[in-house]
Design a protein around this ligand. Structure first.
Ligand code: KIV
Length: 272
């Protein structure tokens, strides 16, 4: 039965911190549109991320860099209209917060006012500290994102595992502590060694949500289109596919086309 039909208490940033305290794992998935968000929320997923991965998944760009603030607001407002329970976190897109804290605050305010999302997520550590503080000061909850940060793909050069070297691992741990001290309510850790991710999760009191960061963290996030197998070319080790929708949808569309060509669709019961 769909959980959204019952009266459920809404997930808040505070309830996520309480879940960590209780040792209850947090579930998080992406959504970029109303229909998908309704299903994800109805399934009882705690957090819906309107990720800038919409740039890849919805628009077909090679990276997350091209998506604009206006486009993120469009996706986020569609998601917000669908949800009854989940916390909606919206990515600040590339270029909307890196230049200075005032611009970062303006972008975050636009997301909150125009989409109705509940929190923003931004990539980076000490280099975005002042922007994070400014946004938090305005009462907007912020989630950090460390490890593989796809908005910096041209700096990294590849999407391989981050922080395998000690120097980067030490910096990542310092950044996580800084994010907690600054007042972030959570951190996403993407594609880093499981041992390091567990150490980070144990060193902070705020929830750490992993993607390709092992099982020693406080919750997991996946890109929905990947985990339901609608995409099929992206096969990282951390991705568990729960369905093969690419194949099922291809079969359905092929059958539909064939039924039209053969004159089988619509039949007598499918017309007025
Ligand atoms: O944009 C996104 O989907 C993300 C997740 C990969 C965490 O940031």
């Amino acid at each position: 039965m769909s959980v959204a039909k019952k009266e459920y208490k809404r997930v808040t940033v505070k309830s996520l911190v309480d879940m960590k305290k209780r040792g209850e794992k947090i579930s998080m998935l992406t959504a970029y549109d109303y229909t998908m968000a309704k299903i994800v929320d109805g399934a009882g997923i705690d957090v819906i991320l309107v990720g800038d991965s919409a740039s890849n998944v919805m628009a077909g760009h090679e990276t997350t860099l091209p998506i604009t603030l206006d486009q993120m607001i469009y996706h986020a407002s569609s998601v917000v209209r669908a949800i009854h329970r989940a916390l909606v976190v919206v990515d600040l897109p590339f270029g909307s917060y890196q230049s200075d804290p005032k611009e970062a605050l303006r972008s975050a305010i636009r997301i909150m006012k125009e989409s109705g999302g509940h929190a923003v997520k931004m990539e980076g550590g000490k280099e975005v500290k002042d922007s994070i503080k400014r946004i938090l000061h305005a009462g907007i909850p912020v989630m950090g994102h460390l490890g593989l940060t796809p908005q910096s793909i041209y700096k990294f050069g590849t999407y391989t595992v981050r922080a395998k070297e000690e120097e980067e691992a030490i910096q990542l741990k310092e950044d996580a502590l800084m994010l907690e001290r600054a007042g972030c309510f959570g951190i996403v850790l993407e594609k880093i060694p499981a041992k390091l991710a567990q150490e980070v999760a144990e060193s902070v009191s705020i929830p750490v949500i992993g993607i390709g960061a092992g099982n020693g963290v406080d919750g997991q996030v996946l890109v929905t289109h990947d985990m339901i197998g609608m995409t099929h070319e992206f096969n990282p080790r951390f991705l568990r596919r729960y369905m093969n929708l690419y194949e099922e949808m291809t079969n359905a569309f092929t059958q539909y086309g064939a039924d039209i060509k053969s004159g089988d669709f619509p039949n007598d019961t499918e017309q007025y």
